[in-house]
Unconditional design. Structure first.
Length: 135
């Protein structure tokens, strides 16, 4: 068992500006590239408001590792008539290979429409990765 080491090198994406609207299956501009160790556990956290193009739609955000979907980071079912939601979630990431990996946030291909990760005053978009150790 090995204790965690905190944030991974270059392991934080933070932006006070909104991204552009992205179609389903398209990466946002929230990207982290760092060196990871196979079998180690990492906590991926996402905090971001979003704007959806379909009122009352269902939106999902996926974690992509090196061009392949690794898993679902979050899903939000908007209230009828609503186009604004918030992703606030953490996800366990355990890479199968050691080395440099690029992690992206992607609008899930099954989302209701386009998705824009949005920032507000005092509310930047945030995406970070923490080393939480081995089992």
């Amino acid at each position: 068992r090995s204790p965690g080491g905190g944030l991974v090198q270059d392991g934080i994406f933070e932006s006070p500006a909104s991204d552009v609207a992205r179609a389903g299956g398209v990466n946002t501009n929230a990207t982290i590239t760092s060196v990871f160790e196979a079998g180690r556990r990492y906590r991926v956290t996402v905090l971001s408001q979003f704007n959806g193009s379909v009122a009352g739609g269902i939106y999902a955000l996926d974690l992509e590792e090196d061009g392949v979907i690794f898993g679902r980071v979050g899903r939000v079912d908007l209230e009828a008539g609503a186009t604004v939601g918030f992703f606030a979630s953490s996800f366990l990431y355990t890479p199968s290979t050691s080395g440099t990996h690029t992690l992206n946030l992607q609008n899930n291909a099954g989302s209701a429409g386009t998705l824009q990760l949005a920032a507000g005053v005092g509310q930047p978009r945030q995406f970070w990765v923490e080393d939480i150790g081995t089992p």
